[in-house]
Design a protein around this ligand. Structure first.
Ligand SMILES: Nc1ncnc2c1ncn2[C@@H]1O[C@H](COP(=O)(O)OP(=O)(O)OP(=O)(O)O)[C@@H](O)[C@H]1O
Ligand code: SF4
Ligand SMILES: [Mg+2]
Length: 349
């Protein structure tokens, strides 16, 4: 597996995104939905960064901002060393050759009225590639994803779900991009087909050096494909690190709870698995809690308040440390090893 190198391909710096609200100079709003709140991350050439978190945590919004399909309210998007946050539509169009997206739903994201050759060639037409080259590149893209180019005259409904996702990947790869956002690319597929598509993505990465931002709910899928993993909660990256650090030595209580819910294939280990349930549902992105945004749901805050002689305050029937309810923890550590935003991170488990 490739290891991150020090020069990022993509950097997202202090990204905020508020939907339907007035935005202050810090990108904060009192009445809109704060979908992303000061999210910072880097993606390195040839790597896969998994982005996980519960529904509504802001994963898709952040992925779309990385491609500038959505404008951030504040913060910067740096791609290949260039700040593209305010790049004109004309210059952004050129950049888009280098950055593409694969969607969750291969049924909904492919126009059913277009044949496969037209679907896969469309980005080449948009970017004024000559007709002779288009045919060649379209065939190569189909072969790259394991589809027979002689079937290219057919329509999406004539293919299976897995084949349709291959068509979506061929369309995204036809311009030879450096960066793909894959937003839940296998969650609509059967488990056996999921593995085939994940293996295909891995092979394409080895062959081309493309980097992936891989968004998913399923932590087993993310573990399979990622070099590093970022965990998002209510618009913020709360933990990021190498796959082994995140899965074997998670520090943030949210990561620990998410991982404790993942079934283990070994029946003995599965029986011994200790679940650490979260308290309640994910909070609302239009009313982010004070202090640590995770504090209303954090099992560790309750545990720490019981164990340590520190200032505490009531939260319903339980007590939590005052610092959890009042001070927003910064992300501390190295994003290429492990960084965590918590006043009382787990050190060892
Ligand atoms: N266009 C929009 N207008 C208003 N609110 C939005 C819009 N898009 C997203 N949101 C809100 O922003 C928050 C983050 O949404 P987002 O889709 O990025 O989350 P997600 O992590 O991708 O969730 P899921 O796992 O369900 O796909 C949610 O509260 C969502 O309702
Ligand atoms: S800062 Fe406190 S509330 Fe937040 S995750 Fe850490 S222990 Fe839990
Ligand atoms: Mg999403």
């Amino acid at each position: 597996m490739a290891h991150p190198t020090p020069t990022p391909l993509l950097e997202l710096k202090d990204i905020c995104k508020t939907f339907n609200g007035s935005v202050s100079w810090r990108g904060r709003s009192s009445n809109g939905v704060q979908a992303v709140d000061q999210a910072t991350l880097a993606l390195y050439p040839g790597e896969t960064l998994g982005l996980v978190g519960e529904t509504g945590s802001g994963k898709s919004t952040l992925g779309r901002i990385a491609l500038r399909l959505i404008e951030p309210s504040s913060g910067n998007v740096i791609f290949e060393g260039q700040d593209i946050t305010h790049l004109s539509a004309r210059l952004m169009r050129e950049k888009r050759q280098r950055m593409q997206m694969v969607f969750q739903d291969p049924y909904g994201s492919l126009d059913p009225r277009m044949s496969v050759d037209k679907l896969v060639s469309e980005p080449l037409v948009v970017h004024n590639v000559a007709f002779a080259q288009r045919q060649e590149k379209m065939h190569a893209a189909l072969e790259q994803v394991g589809l027979d180019p002689s079937l290219a005259h057919r329509y999406p409904h004539e293919f299976s779900g897995g084949q349709r996702q291959r068509i979506g990947i061929a369309r995204a790869m036809v311009l030879d991009p450096a960066f793909l956002v894959l937003d839940e690319p296998v969650s609509a597929l059967d488990v056996s087909i999921q593995a085939q598509v994940l293996n295909l993505l891995h092979e394409i990465q080895i062959r081309t050096g493309v980097s992936y931002l891989f968004i998913a709910h399923d932590l087993s899928v993310v573990r399979h494909i990622s070099h590093r993993v970022a965990v998002m909660y209510l618009g913020r990256i709360v933990e990021i690190g190498t796959r082994d650090a995140i899965y074997n030595r998670p520090k943030h209580p949210y990561t620990v709870s998410l991982l404790s819910a993942v079934p283990i294939p070994d029946p003995v280990l599965e029986r011994a698995r200790k679940r650490i349930p979260l308290i309640g549902e994910i909070g609302s992105a239009n009313n982010t809690p004070s202090g640590c945004r995770f504090h209303p749901r954090c099992p560790r805050a309750h545990e720490i308040a019981q164990q340590k002689n520190i200032a505490k305050q009531k939260l319903g029937a339980i007590e939590i440390p005052v610092v959890c309810a009042t001070q927003d923890p910064a992300l501390v550590g190295s994003d290429t090893e492990q960084a965590c935003a918590c006043h009382f991170p787990h050190e060892t488990l």
